[in-house]
Design a protein around this ligand. Structure first.
Ligand SMILES: Cc1ncc(COP(=O)(O)O)c(C=O)c1O
Length: 440
């Protein structure tokens, strides 16, 4: 079966097609973007049809900060598999990982582990509820698929729409959770204070991504911290995307914000399943009271991979590297767009989470065409680019040449207006912009 055939079959045997919305090819270029990989190394991916692509898209959805199949991390994992990765006893690496994370974040004195981002968010919320005896939560960011989070959409179908992913369906979330979670846009101090005033005494936690594409406003961070202190709610920093790439450790370190708990996953394992919550000493007892227990939370690959990944991230100053690299890519996008006469704007201030948007008519159709045309040049490419340590000069110049050619081509199409843009799609669908139920 070809890649496209396998995915068509997958949609009949796996509801949703894949386990991660952002790995659906419909999110990039339906019927063109590859779905399955045979192998991946550095910043290159070979799909199951044997085509090799250089990845200038979201590079393992942000998990592969060191690149795919990083040698040092893979070696640690292989050694772990060879020694036995699971048994009746626990992996000692998890104790070393707890110490390491606390040393990097001196405000923290303990850690618990899980294996995925959404899962560790649920663990942190459970701990906050156990520590405070309260249940309501303020949400400032994207935090995954669990009930506690999607509950915010029960009252207002798209309350979470401002948190990067629109249209998240609360189907299957108990209606009884309505009124337990409140979304607040990052930087909206007034909305935050209104929630504090109304529900402060019932709040267990404020969970917040410290930043995404823009630096946070100091005044907003101060309002979050002050409100949490005043009402006795725990401040949880979600570092699952920002952590390690904005700076070494959690991005909160860079902005002088001291949370009560912080959660990590993605880059922490460089593609191997691991997630951590770290916390202040005074919440150790609350965390001990909560029933948190799962068989595979005690496997050994995750913590072994995380220790190797942290070592490599520190040694290479990966955050400095990816921020510089992404800044250069963003400057290149502007330069090529200017030369081609194609209107684009940057939508991120951080090179490590580089992003742009088309300011053309039918911008979503144009972005679909961009991705399709970049595939012809051998690139996985989208509006977002998460650089890795494996992206080098050679890849930069090959990518810049392809972007220049594709932007020039697109500018010609765009000059023909909406009719020409629609015609260029040649009857194939545009990329999805939100969560949507898939048609088989
Ligand atoms: C900030 C943040 N929190 C939580 C999650 C959920 O992590 P996972 O997809 O591993 O469940 C994500 C995933 O994109 C994220 O970006």
């Amino acid at each position: 079966m070809t890649d496209q055939e396998l995915y068509r079959h997958a949609k009949t045997v796996i509801p949703g097609g894949t386990g991660l919305l952002s790995k659906r090819p419909e999110m990039f270029a339906p019927e063109f973007f590859p779905t399955y990989f045979k192998s991946a190394s550095g910043c290159r991916i070979t799909d199951i049809d044997g085509r090799e692509f250089i990845d200038f898209s979201i590079c393992g959805i942000g998990a592969n900060l060191l690149g795919f199949n990083n040698k040092a991390v893979s070696r640690a994992v292989i050694n772990t598999v060879n020694a036995g990765s699971f048994s009746t006893l626990n992996p000692p690496e998890e104790v070393e990982l707890a110490d390491r994370l606390c040393a990097i974040h001196p405000w923290a004195s303990w850690a618990r582990f899980a294996r995925s981002g959404g899962e560790i968010g649920a663990v942190a919320i459970r701990i906050a509820r156990a520590c405070t005896g309260k249940s309501k939560v303020v949400i400032i960011g994207y935090h995954g698929w669990h009930d506690w989070y999607l509950a915010a959409n029960l009252n207002n179908a798209d309350a979470l729409g401002g948190m990067w992913l629109k249209g998240l369906s609360p189907h299957g979330v108990p209606e009884e959770l309505n009124g337990t979670a409140f979304a607040c846009i990052h930087g909206d101090t007034e909305a935050l204070n209104t929630i504090f005033k109304e529900y402060g005494n019932e709040l267990a936690a404020v969970i917040m991504e410290p930043c995404r594409h823009e630096p946070p406003q100091a005044e907003f961070l101060a309002a979050v911290r002050t409100g949490c202190d005043h009402y006795g709610a725990l401040l949880i920093c979600d570092e699952i995307t920002a952590g390690w790439r904005c700076c070494f450790g959690g991005a909160h370190l860079k902005y002088g914000l001291e949370p009560d708990l912080a959660i990590f996953s993605k880059a922490l394992g460089n593609g191997h399943p691991i997630a951590a919550v770290i916390g202040k000493k005074q919440f150790f007892d609350g965390a001990s009271k909560a029933f948190l227990s799962s068989t595979y939370w005690t496997e050994r690959i995750g913590p072994a991979a995380a220790l190797a990944t942290i070592g490599e991230m520190e040694k290479s100053n990966v955050s400095g590297y990816v921020n510089d690299y992404g800044d250069r890519v963003m400057a290149m996008w502007l330069k090529c767009a200017g030369k081609a006469g194609l209107p684009v704007k940057l939508t991120s201030s951080f090179g490590c989470l580089a992003n742009f948007a088309f300011l053309t008519p039918l911008p979503n159709a144009v972005r679909t065409l961009f991705t399709r045309k970049m595939l012809d040049h051998g690139f996985l490419a989208a509006m977002a680019f998460y650089p890795t340590l494996a992206h080098g000069e050679k890849e930069f110049s090959l990518y810049a040449q392809a972007v220049e050619a594709v932007f020039t081509d697109l500018a010609e199409t765009v000059a023909g207006g909406e009719t020409a843009i629609r015609k260029a799609l040649a009857g194939f669908p545009e990329a999805h912009t939100t969560f949507a139920r898939l048609v088989k």
